[in-house]
Write a protein that binds this ligand. Structure first.
Ligand SMILES: Cc1cc2nc3c(=O)[nH]c(=O)nc-3n(C[C@H](O)[C@H](O)[C@H](O)COP(=O)(O)O)c2cc1C
Length: 327
């Protein structure tokens, strides 16, 4: 298993490893689980700035954090500088780790409103949003982060010049997912873009790398190839929150813990089920847990038929009982 050399100046102990924002997944229960497994920080699901400023109750729920979890940044999306600043200021009042602006979401519904990665086509507007939001967030004494992609279109890598605008407009951290919007999630993320952003931005803002990190080896590669200041793990953490502990241990040059056992995986899926049912009520909790549990049990012998049965489970007790068949 990969581990850094002791006293390596590049891959060092203490490099921050966070949980990437994932709508439908990085809610409080899952963030708590990742916190317990060593994530240094987490990012919430994306929150609509417009809905927030209208006082929508459901949207406000997305911004709830738990004192037991690792420091959590709250992510907002939108495209109107004033609305973004107002939303940022209202969330900053709750003292999260940071406010992050989503300029990377590729989903049609989001980009067709001019939000998420659509902003990468309009650096001037993105700069205005960052300026307005950073003023609001800095007034509360918090940092402003922005999450971007490599660019809008394959072959048009605009992230370095875009990040330059953001850093000039007051962004304290820029997280780069090394794919363009039209690449969605394939082919593999390009560390070269992240390096180019880091070189362009220099020390004006932190640059965090993101994309395809699935364990200590790819995490070390990301740091070595990009010189980035820290990284975020997304999909690989969904069924494996222990990944944070393994990466952190590798960065420290220590012994990397073994992969989780079947018992630990089923145990974590069950723990998450309870927490999700408690937060959202049994009906939604069970429904939401299907996709989540599937990720934890993937690869365990018999998991395919268990997954099918979980898709028909209606109560928490039934769900728990089906999961226990894997033990
Ligand atoms: C289900 C899902 C939901 C996501 N939701 C968000 C989101 O709300 N905000 C955001 O900035 N990125 C979102 N992302 C992108 C991730 O944060 C991350 O950039 C991407 O998955 C690449 O990292 P990975 O290869 O480690 O998964 C989402 C990704 C997935 C798979």
């Amino acid at each position: 298993m990969a581990a850094a050399q002791k006293n390596d100046p590049v891959v060092r102990d203490g490099i921050k490893v966070g949980l990437a924002p994932m709508a439908g997944f990085t809610d409080m229960p899952f963030r708590l689980l990742c916190s317990g497994c060593g994530a240094d920080f987490t990012v919430s699901e994306m929150i609509s700035a417009t809905a927030l400023t209208r006082g929508d109750g459901k949207t406000l729920e997305l911004a709830a954090t738990d004192p037991r979890e690792a420091p959590c940044a709250l992510q907002i999306f939108g495209h109107d500088p004033d609305v973004m600043a107002e939303a940022a200021a209202s969330l900053a009042a709750g003292r999260p780790l940071a406010i992050e602006i989503n300029m990377g979401c590729p989903v049609k519904k989001i980009v067709s409103s001019g939000d998420g990665s659509a902003l990468m086509k309009d650096p001037e507007l993105a700069g205005k949003i960052t300026e307005a939001a950073s003023r609001a967030v800095h007034a509360a004494g918090l940092p402003l982060w922005v999450k971007i992609r490599a660019g809008w279109k394959k072959g048009e890598i605009t992230a370095p010049s875009f990040a330059d605008v953001l850093a000039g407009a007051g962004a304290d951290r820029i997280t780069v997912h090394g794919r363009t919007r039209d690449q969605m999630y394939a082919p593999s993320s390009d560390n070269g873009v992240i390096r180019a952003v880091k070189e362009k931005v220099g020390s004006r803002a932190e640059v965090f790398g993101n994309g395809d990190i699935d364990g200590p080896e790819s995490a070390i590669r990301m740091i070595r190839e990009t010189g980035c200041d820290g990284l975020l793990v997304g999909r690989a953490a969904l069924g494996d929150p222990w990944i944070f502990g393994r990466i952190k241990a590798a960065f420290a040059g220590g012994k990397v813990p073994p992969l989780p056992t079947k018992e630990e995986r089923v145990g974590a899926a069950t723990e998450l089920l309870s927490a999700v049912c408690e937060l959202y009520g049994e009906e939604r909790g069970v429904r939401d847990s299907r996709g989540r549990a599937a990720r934890f049990i993937k690869g365990i012998k018999g998991s395919a038929s268990v997954r099918d049965r979980l898709n028909h489970a209606e109560t928490e007790a039934e769900f728990r009982e089906i999961l226990s068949h894997l033990l």
